[in-house]
Design a protein around this ligand. Structure first.
Ligand code: EPU
Length: 418
């Protein structure tokens, strides 16, 4: 298993190109199941999760290639199922459930298990599909769903769920009648999906607000779309500038997707400006400790909580970080402590007392964003940080070492001898 080695202490300077958003590309790929034919997506990042979704769609009969564009032909779907082997490596596989049921009237999708950041059930996806007339059974670890034709319904989510909103929005496109999703997720990835579905012929209003209305149509046509820049990758590199005392420019980006992150980083002292679509982040001489709570969009994203915590480990005071989306998303805390961070955990709260420096040590990545937080801490730490289990990082950050090396980081990958 590969390890990532980082010799910290270099202020990063220069430009980092931002890739397409993984969490936008995955639902777009799943939505290709809604219309038979050839779809084209541009700016799809080359990541392990993207390859997993590609394999999953291939398992169902889709043919695809990923070169400068991602092209997929869904003319011959013959097996509407998502097997455990693929779902267990990527929970977003559940995004095929809505499209399969809407278009093929049945779906067999493995239940995702627990994961490193929380229980993450899919009860809200299933409840919504049942409201639309699906019959759902759980058998041998699989969701078996059937419906003649889904019927429009009003569905109020008990809790804001991103992939739940996406799954039901996709399903509703081919349902009979009107579906209204209340308390829907407002994440930019939901809006991007709605735009793409609209291009395929779907009738969707209100995406990007808590109420989405979908008027079902009898069929959709294949579309083409360019994936939005990854706001979490952008935010991670914004913190790379702030934590190393550096100065980075980042593009392409959509600053309106990053307002909460920008606000917090400015409060922590960083100078941030946007010029000609380029985000410019300059570190302060001193990192101010500030509090932060995660919220659904437009609040501060849970996917940036771990990285923000790394920054706060070097703050000039005490920071209270509250995780409100996932009950167990603090796996990075023990690893950050190995680097010398002073953090106390109490339920969903982490009290981070700033230290004057971190010191490099061997640490272990536990999930995607936790891994990113360790990279950031390693970039700022004295000496060498050795991060194992970096396959997590490869799920969500395209060519991370090359991007960081190009702005001055001393970072390299080593093959594990074991
Ligand atoms: N929840 C339920 N029941 C459901 C669905 C969700 O209780 O049926 C709960 C979850 O357990 C969690 C909360 O609702 O406590 C919100 O979860 P959500 O459903 O929004 O998460 P998700 O859709 O599974 C997506 C991203 C995650 C990101 C979250 C929150 C994708 C593919 N994944 O997950 O991204 O953390 O939204 O913003 O879009 C990542 O990229 O590292 C990542 C984990």
């Amino acid at each position: 298993m590969d390890k990532l080695m980082i010799e910290g202490g270099v202020p990063l300077t220069g430009h980092i190109p931002i890739s397409g958003a993984k969490n936008a590309a995955l639902p777009l790929m799943a939505s290709s199941l809604l219309a038979s034919g050839k779809h084209t997506l541009a700016n799809v990042p080359r990541l392990r999760d993207i390859r997993t979704m590609q394999r999953l769609l291939g398992h169902m009969g889709a043919e695809s290639e990923h070169d400068d564009q991602f092209r997929i032909d869904t003319s011959h779907i013959h097996r509407p199922e998502a097997p455990y082997e693929l779902v267990k490596t990527m929970r977003a596989s559940v995004l095929v459930l809505g499209p399969l049921l809407a278009r093929y009237q049945r779906a067999r999708v493995s239940l995702p298990g627990g994961c490193a950041i929380g229980a993450r059930p899919i009860n809200l996806h299933l409840k919504g599909l049942e409201r639309m007339g699906a019959e759902i059974q759980l058998e041998h670890g699989y969701v078996i769903a059937e419906a003649k034709r889904l019927q429009g319904a009003t569905i109020t989510f008990d809790q804001v769920t991103v992939t739940g909103t996406e799954n039901l929005m996709m399903a509703a496109c081919l349902a009979a009648g009107v579906t209204v999703l209340e308390n829907a997720a407002r994440e930019p990835e939901v809006l991007a999906l709605a735009e793409y579905l609209g291009q395929m012929g779907a009738r969707i209003r209100g995406a990007g607000t808590p109420q989405i209305t979908i008027e079902g149509v009898s069929d959709l046509k294949p579309g083409s779309y360019t994936v939005i820049p990854d706001r979490i990758e952008t935010g991670t590199y914004m913190i790379a500038a702030a934590i190393t005392g550096g100065h980075l420019t980042l593009s392409p980006c959509r600053p309106e997707h990053l307002e909460a992150v920008t606000g917090k980083l400015k409060a922590a002292g960083a100078a941030i400006k946007v010029e000609d679509g380029i985000l410019d982040v300059q570190a302060a001489s001193d990192i101010r400790s500030i509090d932060m709570k995660t919220w659904p969009f437009p609040g501060f994203p849970t996917d940036m909580q771990a990285q923000f915590m790394s920054l706060m480990t070097l703050g000039n005071g005490v920071s209270l970080i509250t995780e409100q989306i996932f009950e167990n998303r603090f796996m990075h805390v023990l690893e950050l402590k190995r680097l010398g961070a002073d953090i106390n955990l109490d339920g969903r709260n982490a009290v981070v007392r700033g230290v004057s420096s971190l010191s490099g040590a061997p640490v272990m990545a536990t999930d995607l964003r936790a891994s990113a937080s360790l990279v950031l801490a390693g970039l700022a730490a004295d000496g060498v940080t050795e991060i194992s289990r970096i396959y997590h990082l490869d799920r969500g950050y395209e060519t991370i070492e090359q991007k960081l090396e190009a702005v001055g980081a001393r970072i390299w990958r080593e093959k594990d001898q074991e």
